[in-house]
Ligand binder design. Structure first.
Ligand SMILES: [Zn+2]
Ligand SMILES: [Zn+2]
Length: 251
């Protein structure tokens, strides 16, 4: 089972049929797939005729994302897969299991992760831009109401932790979490939009890998670190609140 773009596939068969008729004397073409190359979830294929020595060039049987830059462009379906995965509870491992169960050759793990990182970067930037636009809009509500621009804005903030049994620090022997995500909701209008968030994280895969190899690195602080709180520091809603306030103070 393969995921092929129907239009591109029909185009390939028609082109090969015409080319076969023009270039060969063979009168009863019997086409079959000659070569194929997997590009994540997508495929490049070529055809051959079993009644003569005709074979075609490779055809891209997928559409591509236009980036406006030179170089190889990503296949639309490969990018779309990660847009969908970002909004689901499964990741690259599970999607490979599902595809294999469907008898569809799953993309390589490294290829999936590389695309996931690229898509995540774009999504993160788009989210930041959107939240910035929403904050500016929220601030404008003060001006529209005849209040000074720096008048207080009504928001409510709460923080979630990556823990199912976070209680007090005494019964758990410390904070039973390594990440804390604070979100701010606007009460300026009836829309109650999320207008800011901040995540404190102690997790850094790169730092942990380097330490396991004997390299002396501390998180946060090294290049490519994903942690922004030291492992020994408590997660603090005060600090998260301050970071959210900083986002409001930037234009
Ligand atoms: Zn032929
Ligand atoms: Zn680190």
């Amino acid at each position: 089972m393969r995921l092929l773009n129907m239009e591109k596939s029909a185009q390939m068969w028609n082109e090969c049929y015409t080319e076969h008729a023009c270039k060969t004397t063979c009168t009863s073409p019997q086409f079959q797939i000659y070569h194929e190359q997997q590009i994540g979830l997508c495929w490049k294929q070529s055809l051959r005729c079993t009644n003569c020595d005709y074979h075609s060039r490779m055809y891209k049987l997928y559409t591509e994302v236009s980036t406006g830059r030179s170089g190889q462009r990503a296949a639309t379906t490969n990018v779309a897969l990660h847009v969908g995965l970002q909004d689901s509870t499964i990741g690259t491992t599970k999607i490979r299991h599902i595809l294999a169960a469907m008898d569809t050759p799953p993309p390589s793990r490294t290829g999936l992760e590389r695309t996931a990182n690229k898509v995540a970067t774009v999504t993160a930037q788009a989210t930041m831009d959107d939240l910035h636009r929403r904050r500016q809009k929220t601030k404008e509500t003060n001006t529209l109401r005849g209040l000074p621009e720096d008048a207080p804005i009504n928001i409510s903030v709460d923080v979630r932790y990556n823990s199912t049994n976070l209680q007090n620090t005494y019964s758990c022997g410390g904070q039973n979490a390594s990440q804390a995500l604070g979100t701010a909701i606007s009460w300026q209008t009836g829309e109650k939009e999320i207008i800011a968030f901040w995540m404190d994280s102690k997790l850094c895969k790169l730092g942990a890998t380097l330490r396991n190899k004997g390299v002396n690195v501390t998180c946060p602080g090294h290049a490519g670190c994903t942690a922004n709180v030291q492992a020994t520091d408590p997660l603090s809603e005060y600090r998260i609140g301050k970071q959210i306030w900083r986002q409001f103070s930037t234009r």
